[in-house]
Unconditional design. Structure first.
Length: 128
């Protein structure tokens, strides 16, 4: 599977549907726009789609009722907590915003991840 550069349209859809929250940190991973809260990624653009991170119960709901699929950046290697919503959802801003908000709220509930420099300093202090 070849990764492709995301279109300006998919990046715009991604940006427009992110919650308006100061805690969101935007970065790029592998050239794709991503959104993080407390150091945890909760959604990203991938190729010409958007993927989101959800709880196991939310994942099952989306797969069974909304025809989402597990997110597999490499075929046969799914990312455990991520789904790719069905393509038609990208044309429904209300439903997409709701899904991304669910993802944001789930990521907020996770243990915050320290940045690499902060984690290294903490490890040095704990050895003393």
């Amino acid at each position: 599977m070849k990764w492709e550069k995301p279109s300006a349209a998919i990046i715009e859809i991604f940006e427009k549907n992110l919650p308006a929250d100061q805690r969101i940190e935007k970065k790029k991973m592998f050239g794709f726009p991503c959104a993080f809260v407390n150091g945890n990624m909760f959604c990203s653009v991938f190729n010409q789609s958007i993927m989101v991170r959800l709880s196991p119960g939310q994942i099952e709901h989306w797969i069974k009722t909304k025809k989402a699929k597990r997110f597999e950046p490499i075929p046969g290697k799914p990312m455990k907590e991520y789904i790719e919503p069905p393509g038609q959802l990208l044309k429904d801003p209300g439903q997409l915003s709701t899904l991304i908000l669910e993802s944001f709220e789930f990521a907020q509930s996770l243990k915050p991840r320290l940045k690499k420099k902060a984690a290294a300093k903490k490890a040095v202090r704990s050895k003393r």
